[in-house]
Write a protein that binds this ligand. Structure first.
Ligand SMILES: [Zn+2]
Length: 151
């Protein structure tokens, strides 16, 4: 699934686990697995350049969303950071391979991550729906967090 959607989900998990960053990290990681199990966009016909063209746009949007949720997280910031890191960790392999030429995870974890994917171009609607729901939920939650100063 797009990293942007993993960021949005990890931020929600972090807000829900305020004051428990370790739980936020673990649940963020679990959210990644659940989201990757959901049918989502992928296109096996894309060549390497085509894949990285999509990944670059998604990565930049994900970074912008990351900055926005961290700025909005207020008193839940530590847990939100932990939730987002947990939610995005499994996809660190792609930029590591592309930019550094290394595969950071053991082969068994790469095989697991690849095996849980259900990808096809027609599942782009899942990405769009997840993005809209995630952005809406994050906006509502972080407005409440900031308005109430939840601690
Ligand atoms: Zn993944």
């Amino acid at each position: 699934m797009f990293i942007t959607n993993h960021v949005l989900a990890g931020a929600l998990v972090g807000a829900a686990c305020r004051r428990r960053p370790a739980a936020a990290f673990a649940l963020g990681f679990a959210s990644h697995v659940l989201m990757d199990l959901t049918p989502h966009w992928g296109d096996a016909t894309l060549d390497r350049d085509g894949f990285y063209r999509v990944a670059r746009r998604d990565g930049l949007l994900g970074l912008a969303v990351f900055a926005a949720v961290v700025a909005a997280a207020g008193p839940t910031r530590r847990s939100v950071l932990a939730g987002v890191v947990g939610a995005c960790l499994l996809d660190v392999d792609k930029p590591c391979e592309h930019l550094l030429g290394i595969r950071p995870f053991p082969a068994w974890l790469d095989r697991f991550h690849a095996a849980i994917q259900t990808e096809a171009p027609r599942f782009v609607w899942t990405e769009v729906l997840a993005g809209l729901l995630g952005a809406t939920a994050d906006t509502v939650v972080f407005r409440r967090v900031r308005a109430r100063g939840l601690r």
